[in-house]
Write a protein that binds this ligand. Structure first.
Ligand code: FAD
Ligand code: NAG
Ligand code: NAG
Ligand code: NAG
Length: 593
């Protein structure tokens, strides 16, 4: 099986090179050139900014990206986890807090950023989320303010959608997943039986159950590179430099940014910006670059011997969306995914010719139900938990690819998943949207190529809210699977025997606490490391126009700026921040021309 996979991927990559041509310019190795704007990072947000700015032919933009071109097999949705194991991933491992766990924290290092390696799920969040952003002192970011920006990007063809909430004709294709497993149908029907309405969770109301909406085009991944960079790359006012690692922002003595230093082919080069430098390097690297440039917490910078430019709480807070493996069920019919079956010749043809079949499954994450747990301490009716269906689990490929990508040891695999190889098993991943615990980002050293220090600090809140919300969500799933249709398919809860939890009684709260701490998994939704807020907010790094406080001509436009957590997956909001950020930049351009 693995040989077939490798073969398939190589065929894809060769085809890719032929179809795709080259990016990048020979002048990327020249130092000292001038542009109007420099955009650092070509992820979800940076790609949008780049596209929108260069749609005015009078504006010149340099886009610097540390990674290279996407590998062609990144186009195959069901193989998304292969990307974690490729050079398109920065490849950070995060270790701390949770027992025995070396948790991978993947991040895209490639043209298109994390949108090239992510699971393609399109979930914008609740209107109340954005009203909270605005209420925290950020005018222009309420739901009615940001909805037009979600719609601007979008070309939606989701069948059950609330029309007023979706765009058409935009550059980012948002669709239903063309293939569904039986377990996804079961999940949606079962939740409906138990009182969840079918909703367009990106529409009028999020509270209900729904199949996933995904950034797919013709059954293949629609990344930021495909949607926003590819159509702009021919523009003569845009220069794209790949394999260009930005190490520092250049600031004059009056604290205004006028360019960047970057490392390319082991040489240190400079590029200058007449107007602005825009950091879109993502929630790990935008704060890293700021701190390397002397913009960050005074004490931390002085400990590392970095000269202070502006004392700001950069990297002090990092939110993430945690989940865990272990909420698993078996059914009595073959209605789950199997990698072996997905890559059968018939299914390969289906995919290549029609963009259909199980290879279009977005990592088998196929449906969602939204739930407000009794642990949530707010009165509004919006979810603190998402229950995400996985139409399979780590046993779907008998413990090869998925196990490795998620950093699960073979011992752990053998205890929990091995017995499921001969059964039909799917899982629910409860995702905690509004954790009270938060992590942080720090510099390891003043060397720009050193990876940053990343801390998760999951499940450390003093009131134990995070754990209580998880346990409530497990109880809700257990309630729902009692429904007639789940029972008709013989749904049974798996009793995973987790090493380290054998002293606890199966299904007690103590058991689940132990399982959650032993089998955690991140949704890779890290945010808020350069938080947006007014000058008076002690946690704020950028203002509501995304300008770094106290430094001129410098903005951060990516998921780092999210002021508080979202009931969302972070890619759709990253595009929105890119759209809105581009407008803010262009407004300033037109008023100062
Ligand atoms: C494995 C995985 C699965 C995910 N699944 C989903 C999902 O299904 N749905 C969803 O909504 N979200 C998902 N996410 C999260 C989502 O993809 C990200 O939140 C989003 O893409 C972040 O966008 P961004 O623009 O902030 O940063 P990124 O997309 O991470 O882009 C940052 C870019 O900056 C570049 N860069 C960094 N440092 C430098 C430097 N020093 N010099 C030059 N360039 C630099 C990086 O290489 C990268 O290209 C997932 C993420 C991962 C990693
Ligand atoms: C670009 O500049 C030219 C000359 O100043 C002007 O005529 C044109 O309208 C400008 N284009 C845009 C899109 O602003
Ligand atoms: C929720 O909990 C936080 C502390 O974690 C507290 O500050 C807040 O007032 C609480 N809100 C409500 C509505 O109880
Ligand atoms: C996975 O294991 C099951 C049960 O042991 C077996 O029937 C199946 O053929 C295996 N699949 C692969 C791809 O090895």
């Amino acid at each position: 099986m693995s040989i077939l996979l490798v073969l398939m991927c190589s065929v894809f990559d060769v085809t890719h090179g032929l179809l795709f041509g080259t990016y990048g310019s020979s002048t990327c190795d020249s130092s000292g050139l001038w542009y109007d704007y420099i955009v650092v990072g070509s992820g979800a947000a940076g790609s949008v900014v780049t596209h929108r700015l260069t749609s005015n032919e009078n504006i010149t933009v340099l886009l610097l990206e540390a990674g290279g071109l996407p590998l062609f097999h990144s186009d195959v949705p069901s193989l998304a986890v292969l990307q974690h194991l490729s050079r398109q991933n920065w490849g950070y491992l995060f270790f701390e807090g949770l027992i025995d766990n070396l948790m991978p924290w993947p991040r895209g290092k490639v043209l298109g950023g994390s949108s090239v390696i992510n699971s393609m799920l399109y979930v914008r969040g609740n209107s109340i989320d954005y009203d909270r952003w605005a209420n925290a002192g950020n005018p222009g970011w309420s739901y009615v303010d940001v909805l037009p920006y979600f719609k601007r990007s979008e070309d939606a063809s989701v069948v059950h959608r609330d029309l007023a909430y979706h765009g058409s004709g935009g550059l980012l294709t948002v669709t239903d997943v063309p293939y569904r497993t039986g377990s996804a149908q079961l999940f949606v029907e079962g939740f409906r039986e138990m009182g969840y309405p079918y909703v367009d969770y990106n529409g009028a109301s999020q509270m209900g159950v729904s199949f996933a909406q995904a950034t797919l085009r013709k059954g293949r991944r629609c990344s930021a590179e495909k949607a926003f960079i590819r159509p702009a790359k021919v523009r003569s006012n845009l220069k794209i430099c790949l394999h260009s690692h930005v190490s520092k922002i250049l600031c004059s003595s009056d604290k205004s940014a006028y360019g960047v230093e970057y490392i390319r082919n082991r040489r240190r080069l400079k590029a200058y910006a007449r107007r602005e430098v825009i950091l879109s390097a993502g929630a790990f690297h935008s704060p890293q670059i700021l701190m390397l440039s002397g913009i960050g917490p005074k004490q931390h910078l002085s400990d590392l011997g970095i000269r202070l430019v502006e004392n700001l709480p950069v990297g002090e807070k990092l939110y993430d969306h945690l989940s865990f493996f272990g909420l698993l069920f078996t059914v009595n019919k073959p209605m789950v995914t199997s990698l072996q079956e997905s890559i059968s010749p018939a299914n390969l043809f289906k995919f290549l010719l029609n963009g259909n079949g199980p290879l279009t499954l977005t990592v088998a994450l196929e449906a969602f139900a939204y739930y407000k747990t009794p642990a949530a301490n707010y009165s509004e009716n919006y979810p603190d938990v998402e229950l995400m269906l996985s139409g399979g689990s780590l046993q779907s490929d008998n413990g090869t690819l998925f196990r490795t990508a998620f950093g699960v040891t073979s011992d752990l695999y053998n205890s929990v998943w091995k017995e499921l190889e001969s059964k039909y098993a799917w899982g629910v991943l409860p995702i905690l949207f509004h954790p009270k615990s938060h992590g942080k980002v720090r510099l390891r050293s003043k060397k720009p190529l050193d990876p940053p220090l990343l801390y998760g600090n999951y499940l450390t809140d003093s009131e134990n809210y995070d754990l209580r919300a998880f346990i409530s969500s497990i109880r809700e799933v257990q309630r729902v699977v009692k429904s007639p249709i789940f029972q008709r398919f013989g749904t049974k809860q798996v009793r995973p025997s987790v090493p380290g939890c054998r002293h606890t009684l199966f299904d007690s709260d103590e058991y689940w606490e132990c399982v959650i701490r032993h089998l955690p998994i991140t949704m890779d939704h890290q945010t808020s490391t350069c938080k947006m807020g007014p000058r008076g907010d002690p946690e704020a790094v950028v203002d509501h126009k995304l300008r770094v406080h106290g430094v001129k001509n410098l903005r951060v436009v990516d998921t780092s700026v999210f002021p508080v957590t979202l009931s969302a997956h972070t890619n759709a909001p990253a595009y929105m921040v890119g759209e809105k950020g581009a407008d803010l930049i262009l407004n300033d351009y037109y008023t100062t021309e």
